[in-house]
Design a protein around this ligand. Structure first.
Ligand code: ZN
Length: 132
């Protein structure tokens, strides 16, 4: 028997906010525990009713996604512990896909020469300015 997914795992599952291996675990658990599907339904119904938990709002709107600049400083080890811990939690525990992708991207850029990275940074800034 697999363990029952917790409420917050089901919520994250609905949001596809879990790392792939945990998504698979929840799917596996759902097949073994049909009662969990009811729980999923209840979560959906509550969402439709407009009652949102803080965690849900957070996941939906990514309120606490660190900025790209903060992610860059995080990689370089230049953040205060509290913020670094927050980012580690956000990326490793919550498994935010957007931030993971940003970190991977930033890692690649930081390994390039400063000139190349600077040019790219400017291009990135210009191309993303329209979305800010
Ligand atoms: Zn994020």
């Amino acid at each position: 028997m697999t363990k029952l997914p917790r409420q917050n795992e089901l919520e994250a599952y609905l949001d596809e906010a879990l790392p792939p291996d945990e998504m698979a675990q929840v799917e596996h658990a759902l097949r073994q525990h049909p009662e969990c599907i009811e729980q999923l339904g209840a979560i959906n119904a509550r969402r439709d009713a407009g009652i949102h938990t803080l965690g849900e709002i957070w996941r939906r709107h990514r309120l606490s996604c660190p900025s790209r600049h903060e992610l860059g400083s995080y990689l370089l080890g230049g953040l205060p512990d509290e913020l670094a811990d927050h980012i580690a939690f956000h990326v490793d525990v919550v498994g935010c896909r957007m931030c993971r992708a940003s970190l991977l991207d930033l890692e690649q850029r930081q390994s390039e020469s400063p000139e190349v990275a600077e040019t790219r940074r400017r291009k990135y800034f210009q191309s993303s300015a329209g979305y800010l």
